[in-house]
Design a protein around this ligand. Structure first.
Ligand SMILES: Nc1ncnc2c1ncn2[C@@H]1O[C@H](COP(=O)(O)OP(=O)(O)OP(=O)(O)O)[C@@H](O)[C@H]1O
Ligand SMILES: [Mg+2]
Length: 340
């Protein structure tokens, strides 16, 4: 029962005979709701289709084992699963049921993607950066040397050169953002007051955005603990920025932030909920990937940076729908008072 993989057994009619803790947690179910029910009543349609597909397929091919990787949308997140189906037979080789083993590969695959993206960002940054300085220097030189030789009133040369210089500097900034992401400084945790960091961040926005109601419920029991203050500010600004954009597109709303110290689990939970546009199920799985953005001028790096920082703190971040509308981001950080 206590293995790390999800394990489910069905009898020949498709009734769930056993389901272990991991599988129950993965699908957000309760064991007592599943046992002796047909799998069709319990699982999402995608998973049902896979199971049915296997059953049909193995009737035809008489194969005893089949493994496949699938992406599945669960109510609150998308997961990447490796599922193996094994046919269970009695001594006469009659079909008596099925064993399903499920491994959640989501975290591994996301980590691989993040590593690949960082590598891409690092290389692009490097390749673009090199020629920029000579381009800008050459344009400046042309401007100095020839602009004065041309007749007064002929502004073409100087306006062209200054366009080049301006655009090159914009490119440099873009590239710097790439490389910042690729080489994010290591977290340097010191004892800090998280509630204070959050209220300071909120104060930066309060006056600038009268269309938005800000509220903050700090947990008064949350004493200072170890985290990187600068990086956690970046986390908060990125999340608040996103929420404000989502609120703007629906013409106003509110952002509500809470902190909570869970003493028994020794974690700090930060929730940032907005009543903005919300996020489609489809987009949820891509949110934290670098360069995913639905905004016209968005780099799509905000949440990738947030996730990297949270992971550097050995924490977790996830997203869920806010009710009745909008989005919540939930961060869990270890409540460390001493360096581990
Ligand atoms: N609170 C939110 N409500 C609705 N959509 C959101 C929210 N937060 C993020 N998103 C969606 O996730 C996408 C990715 O967010 P992310 O912060 O990574 O990039 P961005 O905001 O588009 O650009 P950048 O932060 O680099 O300027 C956004 O484009 C938006 O579609
Ligand atoms: Mg953003």
């Amino acid at each position: 029962k206590n293995v790390n993989a999800g394990v489910i057994t069905l009898d020949r009619s498709g009734k769930i005979i056993t389901i272990n803790e991991t599988a129950v947690t993965l699908f957000g179910l309760r064991e007592e709701d599943c046992l002796n029910k047909n799998y069709r009543e319990i699982f999402t349609s995608e998973l049902i289709r896979k199971i049915r597909f296997f059953l049909r397929n193995q009737e035809r091919t008489r194969q005893d084992l089949e493994s496949r990787e699938i992406e599945l949308s669960l109510p609150d997140r998308n997961v990447h699963l490796a599922i193996s189906f094994t046919r269970l037979n009695d001594e006469q080789n009659n079909y008596i049921g099925m064993l399903i083993i499920i491994n959640d590969l989501t975290e591994i695959i996301n980590a691989q993607k993040a590593v690949a993206w960082r590598e891409v960002a690092r290389r692009i940054a490097h390749e673009i950066k090199n020629p920029l300085t000579p381009i800008a220097l050459s344009a400046e030189r042309i401007q100095r040397k020839y602009a004065s030789l041309l007749q007064e009133g002929d502004k073409v040369l100087s306006s062209c050169t200054s366009t080049i210089i301006k655009q090159v500097s914009a490119l440099k900034q873009l590239v710097n953002e790439f490389s910042n992401f690729a080489r994010m400084p290591q977290a340097k945790p010191t004892m800090q007051d998280l509630n204070e960091v959050i209220s300071e961040t909120l104060n930066l926005y309060r006056h600038a955005r009268p269309d938005c109601d800000f509220s903050f419920q700090p947990d008064e029991n949350l004493v200072p603990f170890l985290f990187d203050q600068e990086q956690m500010k970046r986390v908060m600004t990125n999340l608040v920025d996103n929420s404000l954009a989502a609120i703007k597109s629906v013409g106003g709303g509110s952002i509500n932030i809470t902190t909570k110290l869970d003493k028994s689990l020794q974690i700090v939970i930060i929730e940032i909920c907005d009543t903005g546009l919300g996020i489609s199920q489809q987009d949820k799985s891509k949110l934290f990937e670098p360069y995913f953005s639905t905004k016209q001028a968005g780099m799509g790096l905000g949440l990738a940076i947030v996730k990297t920082i949270v992971q550097d703190h050995r924490g977790f971040i996830r997203v869920k729908d806010n009710h009745p509308r909008g989005t919540c981001f939930i961060i869990e950080l270890p409540f460390n008072l001493e360096a581990p």
